[in-house]
Design a protein around this ligand. Structure first.
Ligand SMILES: Cc1cc2nc3c(=O)[nH]c(=O)nc-3n(C[C@H](O)[C@H](O)[C@H](O)COP(=O)(O)OP(=O)(O)OC[C@H]3O[C@@H](n4cnc5c(N)ncnc54)[C@H](O)[C@@H]3O)c2cc1C
Length: 245
């Protein structure tokens, strides 16, 4: 279970790569017609899509959208996620869902750094428990969830549905699968990529569109001077391992 963050690809555009390829073909194939969509096969996709994407014609990627469920990440993470504006989101409400924690770690995300320090961890847990006690007390006194939630730390877990088209997903992964990104949103980004890699229909687009951190997309690290030695090599290797799942 790790730190309890789950990411699942739940739905996507039917025949995603055929859709993108068929859209691309309208530009330069004079026999293009609506019905050509039904005739497009894997061979056509392989013949045209990598080449068109290689030219940098990325707008065609907007014709396929993917919907992910992200469960158990913190509000720290979801806040970073929703900064990506070319996407659609629906998130668990703190006004309608009453928090009813069984235990602190099920309710809050606790960073590994804190877990590795028993004294610090004990203090964190105490404060988290206290915030829940105050949350409950506010409700018991007749307060509504919309007021009680103000006392909750940003570490509180949430659930969010996100729908992105492939072009925005590439942009998102470029920034958030990068080692510069904060660890939790980075974990979400890599889990999204792994979900795509596990899907036979979608997997080829990882290489063709270079879905991954910016060093993979660009062939170099634009923030190289800020990164530790070996980061580029390590990140590319990690990406290669995912791309071939
Ligand atoms: C390592 C890291 C550190 C960060 N630190 C901070 C921080 O300290 N403070 C902070 O506030 N944010 C921070 N951010 C968030 C960052 O500033 C962006 O808000 C976030 O990454 C969303 O990316 P975006 O704006 O490129 O693109 P998205 O919102 O994903 O949009 C995709 C692209 O669409 C285009 N676009 C979207 N909206 C517009 C628009 N209105 N006008 C013109 N073009 C548009 C742009 O080309 C944009 O790149 C950080 C992000 C990272 C990765």
């Amino acid at each position: 279970m790790g730190n309890g963050i789950r990411v699942k690809l739940v739905n996507y555009t039917k025949k995603p790569l055929e859709t993108v390829t068929w859209a691309a073909l309208i530009s330069y194939w004079d026999e293009w017609e609506t019905e050509a969509f039904q005739r497009l096969g894997e061979g056509d996709v392989r013949m045209h899509l990598p080449r068109v994407l290689g030219y940098g014609h990325e707008s065609i990627l907007e014709h396929a959208v993917l919907t992910f469920a992200v469960e158990g990440c913190s509000r720290v993470c979801s806040h970073q996620l929703v900064r990506h504006r070319i996407a659609s989101y629906t998130q668990q409400s703190q006004r309608y869902i009453v928090l009813n924690p069984e235990d602190v770690e099920e309710t809050f995300v606790i960073p590994e750094f804190v877990k590795d320090d028993p004294e610090l961890l004990a203090e964190w847990k105490e404060l988290m428990k206290r915030s829940i006690e105050l949350y409950r007390k506010t409700l018991e006194r007749g307060g509504h969830q919309e007021d009680a939630r103000f006392i909750l730390p940003q570490a509180v877990r949430t659930k969010i549905v996100v729908t992105m088209n492939l072009r925005e997903l590439k942009h998102f992964l470029g920034l958030r699968a990068c080692e510069r990104a904060q660890w939790e949103i980075r974990e979400v980004a890599w889990k999204m990529l792994e979900e795509i890699a596990r899907n036979n229909e979608l997997r080829p687009i990882i290489r063709w569109a270079k879905l991954g951190p910016r060093c993979v997309q660009l062939g170099y690290c634009p923030e190289g001077e800020l990164m530790p030695p070996g980061c580029l090599k390590m990140t590319r290797k990690k990406w290669e391992n995912v791309a071939k799942i």
